[in-house]
Design a binder for this molecule. Structure first.
Ligand SMILES: [Zn+2]
Length: 130
């Protein structure tokens, strides 16, 4: 089993975040054995971003998937008008550490954009009216 090729599957979006978490839970020891303690800690602390920087340092050519926080590596929540439901917004806000989470849970509304559940990244989208 080659840890780098699994990291690449994750970073390029061929492996979902839940699949990655399952894999990491079982194989983080293999990663440490194959790639070293530093790589292990990087992935442990920064998740997706850590895996991406290890691949880049190893000189692997890749096209990273979008939708992950650059800081902590968590998948970003996307709020899209007319697509994202109030229930999805409430579920996200109740589990996240973003500001004003209580108000968002109450109203079921969030400004359109992408949000890191840890509150490190927020990208607000503005939609032009036709
Ligand atoms: Zn984050």
């Amino acid at each position: 089993m080659d840890s780098l090729s699994i990291l690449r599957d994750y970073v390029e979006g061929r492996m979902s975040h839940p699949e990655w978490l399952d894999w990491w839970a079982l194989h983080s020891g293999d990663v440490e054995a194959q790639l070293g303690r530093f790589a292990f800690l990087k992935i442990k602390k920064r998740g997706f971003s850590g895996a991406l920087s290890i691949l880049e340092e190893a000189g692997v050519q890749l096209v990273p998937a979008s939708g992950f926080c650059n800081s902590c590596g968590e998948p970003l929540f996307k709020a899209v008008p007319g697509v994202t439901t109030a229930e999805e917004i409430r579920a996200f806000a109740s589990l996240s550490k973003i500001g004003e989470a209580d108000e968002i849970v109450e109203s079921g509304w969030i400004h359109p954009g992408e949000y890191c559940p840890n509150g490190c990244t927020i990208v607000l989208h503005s939609y032009r009216r036709a």
